[in-house]
Design a protein around this ligand. Structure first.
Ligand SMILES: [Zn+2]
Ligand SMILES: [Zn+2]
Length: 152
């Protein structure tokens, strides 16, 4: 695409074209999440009410995975959360506590060190990924049934 063409698009949109397409994709995603009732936070289980609150994260940090590229693109490893919950989980202040926010101990068995150096609670991770995956498996099968019905 020519630079001239991009300049026209930027002017028409009032922002860089790349920013606009990124925003559009996020809007489509958020709309689908709402339609299919996927719009709950992986960390706190509350509804994600606004698109500004939506963050997409990896359940298991991909950078420390055996195969980072596979972990990065694995859709089963993707979860949605509130931006604040995501940020809170990686806040340096949390590193000094002996317990996770839900009171599970940060001991040898229950603690993982994430690639960014923060501690994570294994019990919480297990609890939330189980609950999240159980719910999403059900929703995903509803979604697939609907897609199937549309085609046939
Ligand atoms: Zn949350
Ligand atoms: Zn915990």
């Amino acid at each position: 695409m020519s630079t001239e063409g991009n300049r026209t698009k930027n002017r028409l949109l009032g922002m860089p074209y790349g920013t606009a397409t990124g925003r559009l994709r996020k809007m489509i995603l958020f709309d689908l999440l709402r339609q299919f009732d996927f719009d709950h936070c992986f960390r706190c289980d509350q509804q994600i009410a606004s698109i500004d609150d939506l963050s997409i994260e990896h359940i298991t940090p991909w950078q420390g995975a055996d195969d980072p590229k596979v972990a990065f693109f694995d859709l089963e490893n993707i979860a949605f959360s509130h931006l604040r919950c995501n940020i809170q989980a990686s806040e340096p202040a949390n590193a000094k506590k002996d317990h996770c926010p839900k009171g599970h101990p940060y001991d040898d068995q229950n603690t993982v060190i994430r690639p960014d150096g923060q501690r994570g609670c294994l019990q919480c991770r297990r609890d939330s990924s189980n609950a999240w995956q159980k719910r999403n498996r059900r929703r995903r099968s509803d979604y697939e049934r609907m897609r199937y019905n549309r085609k046939h």
